[in-house]
Design a protein around this ligand. Sequence first.
Ligand code: IPM
Ligand code: MG
Length: 369
Amino acid sequence: MAANKKLLILPGDGIGPEVMRQVRRVIDWMDRRRSVTFDVQEGLVGGSAIDQHGVPLSDETMADAMGVDAVLLGAVGGPKWDQMSFDKRPEAGLLRLRKEMELFANLRPALVFDALVDASTLKPDIVRGLDLMIVRELTGGVYFGEPRGIEDLANGERRGVNTQVYTTSEIRRVARVAFELARKRSRKVHSVEKANVMESGLLWRQEVTKLHQEEYSDVELQHMYADNCAMQLIKAPKQFDVIVTDNLFGDMLSDEAAMMTGSLGMLPSASLGAETGGKRRALYEPVHGSAPDIAGRDLANPIATLLSFAMMLRYSFDMHEDAGTIERAIENVLNGGMRTADIMGPGMARCSTGVMGDSILRELDKLSA
Ligand code: IPM
Ligand code: MG
């Protein structure tokens, strides 16, 4: 029997706890049925950590995150904590996890389930069969660049500053992840920046080109400006396979790609660090936020978080079969017409978070009977 797999679950704020509850049910289901068991610790992050400990991520929870095989996070943030300074806001907890765990590569797949083709705001033909992967740089760029801050000027004005900055090694390591992924997919990478106006974008283009020539000439590489990419994603998303881009553009383009799948409630993500000694630090989280407007009402779509858990099984534990079973269970439930409010369509059966969880568990039972 394999050694227990150590997980840290950080439900966070808003709908985080209620969607994570459905993951716990799947973990319990797996524990009951399989030769694998998970050692699950829970912790606080974001607003819930601020309320309890006065900080968005305590040193203890940070240490726990460093000690486990994988972290699964719900969502952070909410209006209650919106007035706090950047270093004390809920988001700072998530950014600290990303930074200290050195999770430089954020994988955000956008996959359109056949059953949800009509839930997309785009025409069915444009999105049917869409399967693309955004690789977002996650520990650099304008999110972390110095100097930053808001200062008072002598003339009574104020000045806000952020710095967009990238180094060779930061660009190369995330580009490498994209090229490697492309080799397992359709061998096509779009590298996205604004090399026409930004030095950091120009450097990005040069370094990606160099790495491509040195090691990945079997992969097709195209460069694209970020604004054009935003447009092309809406116009003809199926031209893309793997998109690699910086932290800020990746944040925006992944929300855009998410909507093609019908709802932000469908999109999982994996944030990966460097591989050392056969292990790599990893955090999995849905792309959606804490959705305070619907929190606590059993309305949220738990699928993005369940798919994030499936990504964890795949990328951290090589449990491809189990990941596939969960993905298939979700697909079957969608094919059966079950819909949370965000993906509701004509003639479908509207259900709550909990009932979506029930249906997926029932499907898991069927698939493994
Ligand atoms: C995301 C979110 C975060 C980000 C926020 C919550 C800090 O939008 O993961 O896409 O901007 O990276
Ligand atoms: Mg975002």
